[in-house]
Ligand binder design. Structure first.
Ligand SMILES: Nc1ncnc2c1ncn2[C@@H]1O[C@H](COP(=O)(O)OP(=O)(O)OP(=O)(O)O)[C@@H](O)[C@H]1O
Ligand SMILES: O=P(O)(O)OC[C@H]1O[C@](O)(CO)[C@@H](O)[C@@H]1O
Ligand SMILES: [Mg+2]
Length: 462
């Protein structure tokens, strides 16, 4: 997808006429290596070759509006009501973002009314719109020390017009939507419905997902805390597998379509022999298939450690899996329910090693919710706070249909629709995956493309 400057422009509700509480602080600031002034922009691309490909003058090169405070703002803080909602799966740092939004809105902009909508976007339906929490700084002072979200979250679609009715009825001028791809999509529909009615309501997204599958953001908040926690489980199965006869340690980690948690956790633990991600299909059987590789490790050093992302090998489960491992249908938000690759591998490897006379000791861990329900670590705490600051500045300056994100180290405004225009995935040709291969020493692929189709593993042949 080729992006042009106009695709990256952010919609503004109107002229900024009020002095910002930050105007004095900003009066002497200009772009430096550590600051982007409000008149400057942040480049979308960062290699000489990519820039050369466009062959455009600097002013036309695709770039994002920089996030941060403005000297003039759009909303009169005295008259603003802000709303906050968290939606989708949990992720470390949700409470930090809520706290940061409330702190910035109340302490600096002196906004007096902030409503927390409960249980995700369901909280904006007619049935639930009056069941809100008044968010004051006192109410949120200590919430960053715990995981989850004090507002609750949910999945499932809602009618955009009904949600707009709720905003109008509750007098909301600025709505902050903290969510993943589904949440960002819903925020886009909400913005469209607001625009269609000609209403003066800003919608600002704060992208979140532990899967790190949202585009135009270096890494989503909470991801680092989640993969750091995941390393503990890799270490545990490594210790167990190494101490057991023909030990096989398997850790299944979240990551529906993107294997970032599996890749980063495996790199951090630096003890995995094999990493399997949804982006890279693999074959079980055959001389260069996964099972042969597992067997080689067990014969050579007595054990093997495998980290697998939940979305990996779904084609294999469908073809060869037992019915109880299959995925079934979709969840309330339309996300595909995945087959259980961890259980599938456990049985396939057990059967294979037993068949070749290496009866294994299987150690399987599926820490799923244990890695996303924790509090944010120090790094994510800072990141969440800074995203919250950026979101409040954007909203007060009348930016709408926008998400705040960190892109190539800078905080920027990304048009909401772009956040769902594609999925961030581990690039099989990228340097992250190369690091995984360098660390695990696993082959670039298990089985040839043809082999992946044809070979049926012994364990599952009828
Ligand atoms: N296609 C859609 N149309 C309308 N609303 C949607 C749609 N997809 C998602 N939503 C809304 O977004 C909310 C969150 O979506 P979803 O459950 O997919 O989680 P998410 O935001 O993608 O987070 P994560 O992927 O991190 O779990 C849903 O509850 C629903 O309100
Ligand atoms: O069980 P839940 O709440 O639907 O969430 C599970 C999913 O949520 C995520 O954490 C984020 O989308 C995925 O990795 C995982 O598949
Ligand atoms: Mg999602």
């Amino acid at each position: 997808m080729t992006l042009y400057l106009d695709d990256l422009r952010v919609r503004r509700l109107g002229e900024c006429r009020y002095d910002s509480p930050f105007s004095e602080m900003l009066s002497t600031k200009q772009t430096s290596p550590h600051y982007v002034s409000e008149g400057d922009r942040v480049l979308l691309e960062d290699t000489v070759s990519m820039l050369a490909e466009h062959d455009l003058p600097p002013g036309r090169v695709p770039s994002f509006e920089a996030a941060g405070p403005r000297r003039k703002i759009y909303f009169d803080p005295d008259r603003v009501t802000a709303g906050i909602v968290t939606c989708g799966g949990l992720c470390p740092g949700l409470n930090n973002v809520i706290r940061g939004l409330v702190q910035e809105l109340t302490v600096h902009y002196r906004v007096k009314r902030i409503l927390g909508f409960r249980n995700g976007l369901k909280g904006l339906t007619a049935e639930h719109r009056n069941d809100t929490v008044e968010l004051t700084f006192d109410r949120v002072r200590d919430i960053h020390n715990v995981g989850g979200t004090i507002l609750g979250s949910s999945r499932g679609g809602q009618d955009a017009d009904e949600m707009v009715d709720s905003l109008v009825m509750r007098g909301v001028d600025i709505m902050f939507v903290i969510g993943g791809d589904g949440g960002m999509r819903a925020a886009t529909f909400l913005s469209d419905a607001i625009k269609a009615r000609g209403l003066d309501i800003a919608v600002v997204g704060v992208p979140k997902t532990i899967d790190n599958d949202l585009p135009f953001t270096d890494q989503s908040f909470g991801f680092q805390s989640a993969f750091a926690r995941a390393t503990d489980f890799i270490s545990s199965v490594s210790v167990e597998a190494a101490a057991s006869p023909n030990g096989v340690g398997i850790v299944k980690l979240m990551g529906r379509h993107s294997g970032f948690i599996a890749s980063y956790a495996a790199l951090a633990a630096n003890g995995a022999d094999i990493v399997l991600v949804p982006e890279i299909p693999f074959a079980l059987g055959g001389p260069d298939g996964l099972l042969a590789h597992v067997e080689k490790h067990v014969r050579a050093k007595g054990f093997v450690v495998i980290v697998v992302a939940e979305g990996a090998g779904q084609d294999l489960i469908e073809k060869h899996g037992l019915p109880q491992h299959n995925g079934r249908g979709t969840d309330a938000s339309g996300n595909v329910k995945l087959g259980n690759i961890g259980e599938f591998l456990k049985e396939a490897i057990n059967a294979h090693l037993t068949a070749v006379g290496l009866a294994p000791t299987m150690r399987y861990l599926d820490p799923s919710y244990a890695i996303r329900s924790i509090a944010a670590n120090a790094y994510d705490a800072v990141y969440c706070l800074r995203l919250a600051h950026a979101a409040v500045h954007a909203a007060m300056a009348g930016r709408t249909e926008v998400a705040v994100a960190r892109w190539r180290r800078r905080f920027v405004h990304v048009p909401l629709s772009l956040m769902t225009s594609r999925r961030n995935q581990v690039d099989p040709d990228g340097d992250l995956w190369m690091s995984v291969l360098e660390t695990t020493c696993q082959p670039a692929q298990f089985g040839t493309a043809a082999g992946r189709e044809a070979v049926r593993p012994a364990a599952f042949s009828a």
